[in-house]
Design a protein around this ligand. Structure first.
Ligand code: IPE
Ligand code: IPE
Ligand code: MG
Length: 240
């Protein structure tokens, strides 16, 4: 059985501090964060990870200084133009996950274009959570079911969620030293293995990813069962 997680989710935190330590404006840290994401996506591809989901802008990040918010929007527009062709060439399918309302028409068009252009790619699915919040996702899924008059069950909610096109993340990494979820995948991370790194996101390189993957490989995922049950299950599979 492969020890490489099928789906990795990352809270890419620490860009601001990375910049401040260098006496640079915070947006310079976000710019470096895009570089780090490109490197990380390539590394995931090479390691056989099928899905990478990253937190790029939270529902709460609108409360940052206007200058930083507009810097992030400009950076998104720039990344759409510059990074999407590279991702496409690498066989990456890009999805944007989050509330589109509140984003400019130009950005919305750019997101749709990037998704359409990469829709046929199969090597890696990259979900970019932008203007995303876990609470928003649960609420929008429930609202969709209510609108259709469908009963609210776990399965129905799961299917109406913004990440219904991929299985739940196996490994959830947060860089930047904080040990909190900050309204990321509240529903989908129910059984994800959590991994916290002190590394600031722009510094999170292949070696740091490999340390996280090695930690993941050591975890025993029990999903509510006992360790003994898992061992006897594995033993019977080995015999079969
Ligand atoms: C994460 O880095 C990126 C976004 C939230 C957009 P931060 O900007 O939160 O960096 P720190 O936590 O201030 O260092
Ligand atoms: C989480 O980071 C959001 C993203 C990485 C996009 P924050 O920096 O916004 O989280 P808090 O405010 O420290 O919890
Ligand atoms: Mg932060």
């Amino acid at each position: 059985m492969s020890q490489v997680p099928h789906h990795i989710a990352i809270v890419m935190d620490g860009n601001g501090r990375w910049a401040t330590r260098r006496f640079l404006p915070r947006v310079a840290g976000h710019r470096q964060g895009v570089e780090s994401l490109r490197r990380c996506a390539r590394a995931c591809l090479e390691r056989g990870v099928a899905v990478l989901t990253v937190f790029a802008f939270s529902s709460e990040n609108w409360s940052r200084p206007a200058e930083e918010v507009s810097g992030l929007m400009e950076l998104l527009a720039l990344a759409l133009a510059r990074e999407v062709p590279r991702l496409h060439a690498d066989g990456v399918r890009v999805h944007f996950v989050g509330e589109r309302e509140g984003l400019s028409d130009k950005i919305r068009a750019g997101l749709a274009e990037a998704e359409a252009a990469t829709a046929g790619n199969r090597r890696l699915t990259l979900n970019i959570c932008f203007n995303y919040g876990g609470r928003w996702d649960i609420a929008q899924a429930a609202a969709r079911l209510a609108e259709r008059g469908e009963p609210i069950t776990e399965v129905a909610l799961d299917r109406a969620m913004a990440l219904a096109h991929v299985p739940d993340p196996d490994l959830l990494i947060r860089t930047g030293g904080e040990q909190r979820i900050s309204n990321f995948l509240l529903w989908q991370a129910a059984y994800s293995e959590l991994y916290f790194s002190d590394c600031l996101w722009p510094d999170f390189d292949e070696a740091a990813l490999d340390v996280a993957l090695a930690a993941f490989a050591q975890r025993e995922r029990r999903f509510g069962k006992t360790s003994e049950q898992l061992l006897s299950h594995n033993a019977s599979h080995a015999r079969a």
